[in-house]
Design a protein around this ligand. Structure first.
Ligand SMILES: NC(=O)c1ccc[n+]([C@@H]2O[C@H](COP(=O)([O-])OP(=O)(O)OC[C@H]3O[C@@H](n4cnc5c(N)ncnc54)[C@H](O)[C@@H]3O)[C@@H](O)[C@H]2O)c1
Length: 249
């Protein structure tokens, strides 16, 4: 994939301190975007990027994307700082990897809240600001576990399945406001450091279950998100993009 232009687009990245999110902040800034980075955790690791791109291009906001008031405040900060919003890359999720028989109602609800409700809130309030500047593009990160059943993933898997239908419905509802809504659907990706020191059992498993025979790197997911956020994807909405290295089962 060649250089994709995100020039002057203001993009909100949630889960911005995570494996995918942190690399997306750097990648999108390099592509010319202005980035509002949000995470539950206090800011860390952005000094270098702030030095290179400046506060005009990078805003960090600590916020809980499952909290309606916090999301409203986050969007308010973006309006104040950048005056507009053109894109969202939503990476937040919660997973308690437990069997249904062992899962408490609280943990089940936390999974749905972190994985699905956060997307509902971010789409709702981000789209309102995007509508003010003529449209935009929203990309959420789903998972193959939204369609492939695996044990110990009930809350997360159901949340991701819900996120995929939310994506289609939001695409329908916001098309008239020129807001495209899509999702990327990763299989397995890990940090570069993790990939370099991967346990042999994981390497073997990925060799067996993917056509490309390996796990992905975070920017292999982020590149597809960058495409969907760019004007190159101007005719794409309501779509779910598998970025799995070809997971077959
Ligand atoms: N890593 C994988 O193999 C994989 C596979 C399939 C799908 N995914 C999906 O990709 C996305 C990114 O995954 P990752 O591995 O980079 O995740 P990660 O765990 O590395 O990062 C997630 C980030 O989200 C933040 N966060 C959690 N709850 C939040 C909240 N309520 N409000 C704000 N921030 C919150 C965390 O603090 C963390 O920094 C997720 O949606 C995940 O479900 C990941």
């Amino acid at each position: 994939m060649g250089e994709l232009q995100l020039s002057n687009k203001v993009i909100l990245i949630t889960g911005a301190l995570g494996t995918a999110g942190s690399r997306a902040v750097a990648l999108f800034l390099q592509r010319g975007a202005k980035v509002a980075a949000c995470d539950l955790k206090p800011v860390a690791g952005f000094d270098d990027l702030l030095g290179r791109f400046g506060e005009d291009a990078l805003l960090y906001q600590q916020a809980d994307c499952c909290d309606e008031q916090a999301v409203q405040q986050l969007i308010g900060c973006i309006r104040q700082h950048f005056g507009r919003l053109d894109g969202v890359y939503h990476n937040v999720y919660t997973n308690h990897a437990e069997a249904i028989a062992a899962q408490s109602l609280q943990n089940w609800e936390e999974c749905l809240r972190g994985t699905l409700t956060s997307a509902f809130l971010v789409i709702k309030y981000a789209a309102a600001l995007m509508g003010e500047n003529g449209g935009g593009s929203i990309v959420s990160t789903s998972s193959v576990l939204g369609t492939i059943p695996r044990p110990h993933n009930a809350g997360y898997g159901a949340g991701k399945a819900g996120l995929e239908q939310l994506t289609r419905i939001a695409a329908y509802e916001y098309a008239s406001r020129n807001i495209r809504v899509n999702a990327v659907v990763p299989g397995d990706f890990k940090s570069e450091q993790w990939l370099a020191n991967m346990p042999e059992s994981h390497r073997k498993n990925m060799q067996e279950i993917t056509l490309l025979g390996r796990s992905g790197a975070p920017n292999e997911i982020n590149e597809v998100a960058a495409f969907l956020l760019s004007d190159a994807a101007s005719y794409v909405t309501g779509s779910l993009y598998p970025v799995t290295g070809g997971i077959l089962h």
